[in-house]
Design a protein around this ligand. Sequence first.
Ligand code: ADP
Ligand code: MG
Length: 700
Amino acid sequence: MSHPSTRAEEAARQPITSLKGVGERVAEKLAARGLLSLQDLWLHLPLRYEDRTALTPIRLLQPGVPAQVEGRVEAVERGFRYRPMLRVAVGDDSHATVVLRFFHFRAAQVAQFAPGTRVRCYGTPKPGQRGLEIVHPSYRVLDEDDDAALGDALDPIYPAVDGVGPASLRKLISQALDRLPDDDSLELLPPELLRELALPSLREALLTMHRPPRDADLAALSQGQHPAQRRLALEELLAHHLSLRRQRIALQKHRAPALAGPGKLAKQLLASLPFRLTGAQQRVFEQVRADLRQPSPMLRLVQGDVGSGKTVVAALAAMLAVEKGKQAALAAPTELLAEQHLVNLRHWLEPLGIRVAWLAGKVTGKARAAVLEEVASGQAQVVVGTHALMQEAVTFRDLALAIVDEQHRFGVHQRLALRDKGAQGQAVPHQLVMTATPIPRTLAMAAYADLDVSAIDELPPGRTPVQTVAFSAERRPELIERIRAACAEGRQAYWVCTLIDDSDEVIAQAAQTTYEQLSAALPELRIALVHGRMKAAEKQAAMRAFKQGETQLLVATTVIEVGVDVPNASLMIIENAERLGLAQLHQLRGRVGRGATASSCVLMYQAPLSLMAKQRLATMRETNDGFVIAEKDLELRGPGELLGTRQTGLATFRVADLARDAHLLPHVRDLADRLLADAPALADRIIQRWVGGAARYASA
Ligand code: ADP
Ligand code: MG
């Protein structure tokens, strides 16, 4: 006998093949789209709706407003201007005519439209040569005696599934909905809450989404503001939030080494720095330090804009591990960035007698064996590297702190792999993750419910904000003069070649061409080139030469996006800036404005600009604040892209949209608190329903 409350889960899990009309072939097509069970169909929500519940008199049609009309064919015209075309004039009792226009049609269709034929069609009218016309309407020819009843629900238009026609898909979903359990077994949220928020039950919400009644608020539905959508979004956000909270609870069952020394090494490091920490750096270091004193593992995200000085905070944290005779590791996603950290850490730590080891993919053979030995014996107190740190062959003697920089470029699995390097029985190392991609607070709450978050929200003093301007590509000659002038004053410049194509090969080629053109235009300058197709050693050499001022202009692809620190470079030109996202533009721009001279960034674009591109460039001109940019980015792009899919699985939301549904998050958190305290079994069922097998980081 099954418990009534699990009946819903049983129904949800029924395979799609239990529906009529689903053979092996269809099942395969559906599976390719991730549709396996009845629940998958319940949650395959319409993209939009078509209202065929009423007829609009042709006289009342409005351009751009979809409508259904019915009338008789008045005239048919077949033409060939450039391509075959069929025009069918349809008129009705309102004494108006609309033209149906077809570019693809069969002879049988032409025959169908004999003058006088009764047709009903649906589409969006547009102004044509002679009045309104509808291009490729969906239509139906009606017999004289056909009473063709109108529908009483709006027609859902579903995201397409390859190989399954829209009509079949609609029928399958409808069948699945007929097997939707009743509220008593399906509902998992407390009824008081639903009443309080004026939201429908899950069953009601799903039925409304799939079969909205004639009088449903279409405007609200199309903006995702309908109570039915909010209801689904609420439960989905709750499920993800609960799943992260569960992971956190699981992590806290582990122990970690309490790093509660007097902090002498950290003090020494501070005293040796040529600068004082900003208030924000101090505050964040204190937060980290308080975590590290505890015998349970820290999992803290430090957010700080480009140039806010995260590295030194990481170095200070590492000192607390080293002081206790333990090790710290710092992983960065690119060799360039990792090497930059290595240079900084060696510069800061070696004078204190601390051994900093280096492990990257290009460290091979004997050198690699030697480093692995140092790491395993504990002789290396701090280890800096790339993904190479996470490989199996690497073992630490006693890793107490794992630091991951720009963690959004790593997968969660990689972060966990590094953590597991320090696992000893029930104990795991502390984890510190750093990111320069600021995440709006609302998003952080949902995406990182498993992490504590600190923000370094202040830049070191003495930086002058970067002046940003947008130039059409036609003004290239002016830009070349600007570079000439800046370099003549002893400064350096970047010329960034971006996405022209997705392939490294093509981008590298474009960079090569630009390099040649600029070399010809600026013969007096020493110019270097860096792109992703160069050998690592060549790249490093070119970067080093630029850093040391041997070259004045660096032509580069976005490989320079992170980690390059050349304070004397004060001019950056970004080609095809209209094709880049805000986060990437902000990262790139962060390469200038690192010294005392006023810097500028020129966003070069190809006209005409799309509306989105215009907004992005305007945002870049208006602000240098990474948090403002991130909020804007969230608004323009949505959260999936912002965070990267690998990291959180957030992009796999079916209903929720973090930008749109942010107002639900406080409820989500309260509700999660309540459920975890009072009804943990219910919490598990909610996670299972929405996150299911994707709750794969269960041991994070
Ligand atoms: P990010 O947060 O982007 O990783 P970094 O840690 O690379 O920033 O720091 C950027 C630069 O600022 C480095 O050259 C670093 O030495 C310097 N820096 C860090 N903190 C301070 C500070 N409090 N005052 C002055 N300069 C600082
Ligand atoms: Mg950094």
